[in-house]
Design a protein around this ligand. Structure first.
Ligand code: IFM
Length: 756
């Protein structure tokens, strides 16, 4: 195996337990996720093994993604003494995430207390084309000694969720089967509440010159751990190859049958191929995905590499074959936010998939569609009509937001987002239209999307309250995107998106009635849609209140926001992140104009066509100085909008903040999982910000790029209505080529119209 060129490599050169690297080096294929711990499993590390959709509640505060047994354990013993890297002199250490090939490479050269030097070098990957498979392959060389080597492979079921937080720690599963099945070892578990079964089978080979070379194999059932051991008469200088294949199967998938049988049969099937062949197929799959998703920035190495890092995790996380799971805010990379799905998916990540892997985007929207009944039930329980999507969603579509958490000072606080952060329902409707516009997937719109848009419009119609005195509709007691402010009245973002949702639903009814009357009739019957409803939606939309100060052209984030105490950010830390202004009391954020993340500016981005350039600029200037970026969802939007309003300096600073969120751990919590929204935001900032892509009336693709000084060129590709378009942008040229042809594409390059 040869590592890729430098621009594709993320390196760790110090052997240490690092939560940041465990997350950054996590490998996933959208089905399995494993954190980037070391094979030996050091006790300071947090192993994390997840299967998308395998949630459980048990004694946890809320349903959470289960931390399954760790299947990747491997240890070497020399004459029965553990070769513990932490107790050796490290002559060489390197771990490298190869983004192009989807491989985590590791090289260790260790000198133990007896002066024995051992080299261990190899890699692991979570197969991109065989969703159930993990492959590990390491070569071991005893450089200056001969000895009996014991290679111990293990599956470790001591894992728990929230390992380091005593109050939250939960064991979500019981072991139901352990077995040495001659070709390998098996450990099966059942989760405590939902009774999901997960089987883990692994088989290990130790080879010398391609021949099995051990003189003794034995397994041990150690209660929570099952091991498979191989003893080898290792000769100085020989290269011993260790190959471990692991298969994970869960009863959550359809037609799995007996988990043990399926798991071991799959393992047998994979064993018929060599590790090289499995690796080759895996790399081919990454090649296929990179072929569309890659972005090249020439002239800025840090930006180029970090962008590839962001895209790597995005392409790895998706599973177009599963319409019953979606992407958690922390991916399958850690336990932050309990594996829950937020608006992060539809607003931040989904555009990446819409434009580079539409099948994956569709599967994510289908996850919402498949949970539409639960959203209807949420609305009903809360006294509303239509469908109210949960702020945090897991496997059933019920609201999963915990009721309690901690504030910045560590004090327990009530979390209100699950009760009143309503905007997610409009965000999902927005995402549906975003997908349909870019793909022209009318079939999806007719069969699934329209129902989401209409049911969410019904929700808004029922939550909007008419204020007779003021002659307007209002939505009160909400949290907008900026979560520093709770219980606000008339949050501009929420109200505008609600208005958009109501109008879209009414337009859609007209379109269906006119062009697809049979579908419309069927849908109307199914959801009991009356003729009057679209008129009611229009009426509400026309009178919904948006706090706005025309004299200053300022949108007020919510009613009364401008009366709050004003602080302006003046200081930045070593990662260029804002520092709390002096005098701010961290438990009184509701009282200040400081905001956590883009809110009004988010609105100006999503519904850009509704606002003139001057309004965008004025509001950007006002809110940017007051945004603390305490959510990783924030900098990307300020980067993108920075380009659009001509604040290019701010745009670049914010772009680097978002692109380096995890690599620099600039939010301070990368150990909890990848900041998945920031990955998607990074992509959007590039394509819709610096790349200058926007969609104008009549689906004209407009291209108005701006490149930072040191960028020589920016290259990216997008799917647009079945055409695959390659863009190459330099300071004075925009080149657009069609790689896959479906039909005419209307372009407007720096104002010049063209059809290709
Ligand atoms: O959805 C976000 C929210 O906007 C800010 N807090 C974290 C959530 C999950 O990423």
């Amino acid at each position: 195996m040869k590592l890729s060129e430098r621009e594709w490599l993320i390196e760790q050169d110090k052997l240490e337990a690092s939560g940041k690297f465990e997350t950054c080096f996590a490998l996933t294929n959208g089905y399995i996720g494993i954190r980037g711990i070391n094979e030996e499993v050091f006790c300071e590390e947090t192993p994390g093994t997840y299967i998308a959709g395998v949630f459980d509640k048990s004694t946890a505060q809320v349903t959470e993604l289960v931390n399954l047994p760790n299947p990747i354990g491997l240890r070497i013993y020399i004459n029965r003494e553990f070769l513990n890297p932490l107790k050796c002199e490290i002559l060489e250490f390197k771990r490298v995430l190869d983004l192009k090939q989807g491989i985590l490479y590791r090289k260790l050269r260790l000198k133990d207390v007896k002066g024995r030097i051992t080299t261990i070098e190899g890699f692991r990957f979570v197969s991109m084309n065989n969703k159930n498979l993990i492959v590990q392959k390491y070569d071991v060389v005893c450089e200056n000694y001969s000895a009996v080597l014991n290679v111990e492979s293990f599956i470790d079921a001591t894992t728990v969720n929230s390992k380091d937080v005593p109050n939250d720690r939960v064991k979500h599963y019981e072991i139901d089967k352990k077995k040495d099945f001659a070709d390998g070892i098996y450990l099966g578990i059942t989760t405590k509440d939902k009774k999901y079964k997960v089987g883990i089978a692994s088989s290990t080979k130790v080879l010398l010159n391609n021949q099995r070379c051990y003189f003794n194999r034995f397994t041990k059932d150690l209660g929570y751990i099952i091991t498979e051991n191989f003893e080898v008469e290792a000769k100085q200088g020989e290269r011993y190859e260790i190959e471990k294949l692991t298969v994970l199967v869960s009863s959550r998938e359809k037609n799995v049958g007996d988990v043990f049988e399926t798991c071991t049969n799959k393992l047998k099937e994979f064993e018929t191929k060599s590790a090289e062949k499995l690796l080759f197929e895996h790399i081919e799959e990454y090649k296929r995905l990179w072929d569309v998703a890659n972005i090249d920035i020439v002239g800025d190495e840090v930006a180029n590499k970090s962008v590839k890092f962001n895209i790597f995790h995005l392409i790895s996380m998706a599973n177009p074959e599963d319409e019953h799971v979606s992407l958690g805010a922390k991916g399958l990379h850690g336990e932050g936010y309990k594996g829950h799905v937020f608006w992060d998916t539809e607003i931040f990540m989904l555009p990446f998939y819409i434009y580079t892997n539409p099948a994956a985007a569709k599967a994510m929207l289908m996850y919402r569609y498949n949970l539409l009944d639960a959203a209807r039930e949420n609305a009903r329980k809360n006294g509303y009509k239509g469908a109210q999507f949960p702020w945090e969603s897991a496997d059933t579509g019920e609201e999963e937001t915990p009721k309690w958490g901690y504030d910045y000072l560590g004090n327990p606080v009530r979390i209100w987002t699950g009760d009143i952060e309503y905007h997610i329902s409009a965000d999902i409707a927005y995402a549906v239209m975003n997908y349909v516009r870019a793909t022209d997937d009318i079939d999806f719109l007719l069969n699934y999307g329209s129902e989401i848009i209409i049911e969410t419009a019904r929700f808004w119609a029922s939550i909007c309250k008419y204020n007779k005195e003021k002659g307007r509709y209002e939505i009160n007691d909400v949290i907008g995107p900026d979560e520093f402010h709770e219980h606000c009245n008339n949050n501009a973002y929420t109200n505008y998106l609600a208005k958009w949702n109501l109008l879209k639903a009414s337009e859609l009814c007209n379109l269906l009635l006119e062009k697809y009357p049979k579908y419309f009739e069927k849908l109307s019957k199914k959801i009991n849609l009356s003729d009057e409803e679209p008129f009611v939606w229009q009426e509400i939309a026309s009178k919904i209140y948006i706090p706005y100060h025309p004299d200053k052209k300022l949108i007020e984030q919510f009613e009364g926001y401008f009366n709050l105490k004003d602080f302006v950010i003046k200081e930045y830390d070593q990662n260029n992140m804002p520092v709390w202004p002096e005098g701010v009391e961290l438990d009184k954020l509701n009282n200040y104009q400081l905001i956590k993340q883009a809110d009004v500016v988010m609105l100006l981005y999503l519904l850009g066509e509704e606002f003139d350039d001057q309004t965008k600029k004025i509001n950007y200037d006002y809110y940017e100085k007051r945004t603390m970026h305490k959510s990783s969802l924030s900098p990307s939007i300020y980067a993108l909008m920075g380009v659009r309003v001509g604040e290019t300096n701010r745009a670049y600073i914010n772009f680097m903040r978002t692109a380096l969120t995890d690599l620099e751990d600039n939010q301070g919590n990368t150990h909890l999982g990848i900041h998945a929204a920031s990955l998607g935001g990074t992509w959007q900032a590039l394509v819709f910000g610096f790349g200058g892509i926007s969609i104008e009336k009549d689906d004209v693709l407009s291209v108005n790029p701006w490149l930072p000084e040191k960028w020589e060129s920016l290259k990216f590709s997008i799917w647009w209505k079945g055409n695959l378009l390659d863009f190459k942008i330099t300071k004075d040229n925009v080149e657009v080529k069609k790689r896959v042809e479906k039909g005419n594409v209307k372009l407007k390059i720096k104002g010049q119209e063209a059809i290709i």
